[in-house]
Ligand binder design. Structure first.
Ligand code: PEP
Ligand code: MN
Length: 338
């Protein structure tokens, strides 16, 4: 339920009503909006909670949230959530650009990538240190060594660092070095991991599982929000279909659909979404035209020799050209690349 407070409710009033929500056995999520404050009261409802809250002084009305995801829903928060990390901004007309190699491979490779993607306009550096590979014999990532190199790249360039965390017991270590925690597609329904990143106050990039429905995707985000972490971005990275001439099928309609259902920013990953570098630049522009709040793009200084995902990685030159076109699309639509 959404408990809508009267206009100008004081902090003490907000806290009093939040306590009342908790006394009724529900969890209270205070959502401060530009117009007024609401409290999302979520949990297993029995009887009479709505009437009990309606009768509180300073409550204007109580409305049920119909969507199965509660805190993520537009019903709970009509204004877009804006994620700001260093110079990276996504949401509310800001298109945040994350770019970098699939995997961190060496100091030289990550620093070169960082300098080049920054020069092309990116504000966040991607790079996997823990890699979820389909085969156990493939390169598994540089682990903590890779995290240290990412932090050194941030030190030099000022780029925010986005990197994947694969297990709950890695969250503390990854959060020590990263600015944005990435939950990979294979882990979208690892509920213990979602709760562990939900306990941090780091921004989270949640990737859609390759076989997950939109409802499952939003409920996965809800796990993170329910732990009190409001800094969640949803990332469409393509789904598995019968089609084989692209690695995955990238549904850009997800952007428009998610904007009708949630206030969370929607990021597009055209690299995993297509699997081929030549398809990435047009999908960057199309994603922004569809309303995406950000992009995460694989860029490598030497794609043919990349240790993972070389075929879908752009050269720094191709990335700069893609961003120049994408920026024009954003500007035509009154939005800004960051
Ligand atoms: C990645 O970002 O390199 C990655 C493994 O992505 P996904 O989880 O979407 O497959
Ligand atoms: Mn990759």
């Amino acid at each position: 339920m959404i408990v809508v407070l009267k206009r100008g409710a004081s902090e003490a009033t907000i806290q009093k009503i939040a306590r009342r929500v908790e006394e009724l056995g529900l969890k209270a999520h205070v959502i401060v909006g530009t117009e007024r404050t609401v409290i999302a009261a979520v949990g297993d409802k029995r009887n009479g909670e709505q009437e009990a809250l309606e009768s509180c002084e300073d409550v204007e009305k109580v409305v049920p949230i119909l969507a199965p995801y509660k805190v993520a829903s537009l019903e709970a928060k009509p204004e877009p959530t804006i994620i700001r990390v260093l110079d990276f901004v996504a949401g509310g007309g800001n298109v945040g650009i994350m770019a970098g190699p699939c995997s961190v491979e060496s100091e030289e490779q990550i620093l070169e990538s960082a300098r080049r993607v920054k020069a092309a306009g990116a504000t966040a550096l991607r790079g996997g240190a823990f890699k979820p590979r389909t085969s156990p014999y493939s390169f598994q990532g540089m682990k903590e060594e890779g995290l240290k190199l990412l932090a050194a790249a941030r030190e030099e360039t000022g780029l925010a660092v986005v990197t994947e965390v694969m297990a709950p017991d890695q969250v503390e270590m990854v959060a020590k070095y990263a600015d944005i925690l990435q939950i990979g597609a294979r882990n979208m329904q690892n509920y213990n991991l979602l709760q562990a990143v939900g306990e941090t106050r780091k921004a989270v990039l949640l990737k859609r599982g390759a076989a997950a429905t939109m409802e499952e995707f939003l409920l996965a985000a809800e796990y993170i929000l329910d732990m009190g972490n409001s800094q969640v971005m949803l990332c469409e990275r393509g789904i598995r279909t019968f089609e084989t001439h692209t690695r995955f099928t990238l549904p850009l309609a997800s952007v428009a659909y998610l904007h009708q259902k949630t206030h969370l920013p929607v990021i597009i990953d055209p690299s995993h979404g297509t699997g081929y570098a030549s398809l990435v630049p047009p999908m960057c522009a199309a994603a922004v035209a569809a309303g995406a709040d950000g992009l995460i793009v694989e860029v490598h200084p030497d794609p043919p020799n990349a240790m993972s995902d070389g075929a879908q990685s752009l050269t720094p030159e191709a990335f700069a050209a893609a961003m120049a076109t994408t920026r024009k699309v954003a500007e035509a639509l009154g939005r800004t690349l960051h």
